[in-house]
Write a protein that binds this ligand. Structure first.
Ligand code: ATP
Ligand code: MG
Length: 420
């Protein structure tokens, strides 16, 4: 026996579970499509510098998790570890920020690659649905995105998603806070790598998940005690708008995120049913990113929601998604002539919008009916030589077991009527 195995840290989406995955992607993006966000799709790989400049040289994503490669032509590329830098790059390249009104609102859905230590909810290849609103500094935009994400989770029937909210300050007040935080961190007992991080990106140290580090951070200075008036006011407006929309949140003054580019509004959606990998989505404002990658000043805000972890959260809560039936009608032809007629009927049904499938390979009635039952179809359409001679097919309701002969030329109308 040969053995097959996908690369470490990856998994395949296969039926029937893949249907839930698609439905989650759809549900996470539906609110965006109703809010003026246009679909954007960027390549699966980019020049390495886009991420090293955009995501940040001091982040785990860039230093440890990025898949990089050199092409035969000598280009240094990276498989995309996240979406924001690519989407902003694409918007700048297409001059979307000059084309019409700001913000440029974009949404995306795709797979991302990070060389991480695989565990439940943490993979090397995973899916996100994301959104970016580019070019406007207005608390209403931040609030809009937060509300749209909360609505997306709610539409899936998830009750256990919690929203954590914080502000990271801006160019005016963060440098002062950064210095105070560095002073505090330098006095702690930390390993060499973390000590190096204090000098490059001290806020990231607050995000350290290790208990021995968290314990020492108990008395750490908080951004909110060092925030300038403009940032305070901005944050208060975001909080008011989110609250007024009926979206509950917890202020989390220690919330920072793994990427360097965040300013002001920062948020994370967490779910308690996922063990250590509790973040189902996150995002925030990134006013400096455009300039970091060589563009004009474009204050922006965005988020990315993890599809894989959202599926796990649904499972943890025992939520069954209301998925449309894969097959409404399963046809069972008995004999060669019936095979031709039934095949034509199935084609007609599909063209009329009915999800229809049929038994192939000249199966016996018994074997074919077993397939019909397994397909989850509501109706079986059975036809043999004798039915055809009478100009009918047998329509069997697989729920009630009732069976009825229907004229061949009325099958499509009858089934579309019954299926509503
Ligand atoms: P974490 O703290 O769990 O590493 P992150 O801060 O790196 O998350 P983001 O870069 O903000 O995550 O990505 C947004 C979302 O994408 C996360 O909230 C999570 O749901 C999902 N995600 C991130 N990394 C992975 C991964 N390796 N496997 C599966 N999902 C992931
Ligand atoms: Mg991470």
């Amino acid at each position: 026996m040969s053995s097959f195995s996908a690369p470490k840290g990856t998994y395949d989406l296969i039926p029937p579970d893949s249907a839930a995955f698609l439905a989650v992607r759809e549900a996470l993006s539906a609110p965006l499509r109703r809010a003026g966000y246009g679909y954007v799709e960027t390549p699966g790989f980019e020049h390495v510098e886009l991420f090293s400049r955009g995501v940040g040289e001091s982040t785990d994503i860039v230093t440890k998790e990025m898949y990089t490669l050199t092409t035969k032509g000598g280009d240094r590329l990276a498989l995309r570890p996240e979406g924001t830098a690519s989407v902003l790059r694409a918007a700048l390249q297409a001059n979307l920020h000059r084309a019409g009104g700001l913000p440029v609102k974009l949404w995306y859905s795709g797979t991302y690659y990070r060389y991480e230590r695989p565990q439940a909810g943490r993979y090397r290849h995973f899916s996100q649905v994301g959104a970016e609103a580019i070019g406007v500094e207005d608390p209403a935009v931040d609030a809009e995105l937060i509300i749209l994400a909360a609505d997306a989770y709610r539409s899936l029937g998830l009750g256990g998603v919690r929203l954590l909210l914080n502000s990271l300050g801006d160019r005016a007040c963060r440098p002062g806070y950064r210095a105070v935080l560095q002073d505090f961190l330098r006095g702690l007992d930390l390993d060499e790598e973390t000590r190096a991080r204090i000098e490059i990106n001290p806020l990231r140290v607050l995000d350290d998940k290790r208990p021995e580090v968290q314990r020492q951070l108990a008395g750490a200075p908080m951004m909110r005690d060092h925030m300038c008036e403009a940032c305070k006011e901005y944050h208060e407006r975001v909080r008011e708008l989110v609250d007024a929309a009926g979206v509950a949140f917890t202020d989390d003054p220690r919330l920072v995120r793994g990427l360097d580019y965040y300013t002001r509004t920062t948020f994370e959606f967490v779910h308690d049913g996922l063990g250590a990998q509790s973040a189902v989505g996150g995002g925030g404002r990134y006013d400096g990113l455009s300039e970091m990658i060589g563009g004009p000043p474009l204050p922006s805000v965005g988020w990315a929601l993890g599809v894989d972890r959202t599926v796990l959260a649904l499972r943890a809560e025992g939520v069954d998604l209301d998925l449309p039936a894969a097959t409404d009608v399963f046809a069972v032809p008995l004999g060669e002539e019936a095979g031709r007629r039934v095949f034509a009927l199935v084609t007609e049904l599909r063209r009329a919008g009915v999800a229809a499938d049929l038994a192939y390979g000249g199966r016996s009635v018994k074997a074919a009916m077993r397939l019909a039952n397994r397909s989850g179809a509501r109706y079986a359409l059975v036809a043999g030589e004798r039915d055809l001679a009478a100009g009918v097919a047998q329509l069997k309701d697989l729920e009630s077991g009732e069976q009825e002969a229907v004229a061949l030329d009325a099958v499509v109308t009858e089934l579309t009527r019954r299926l509503g």
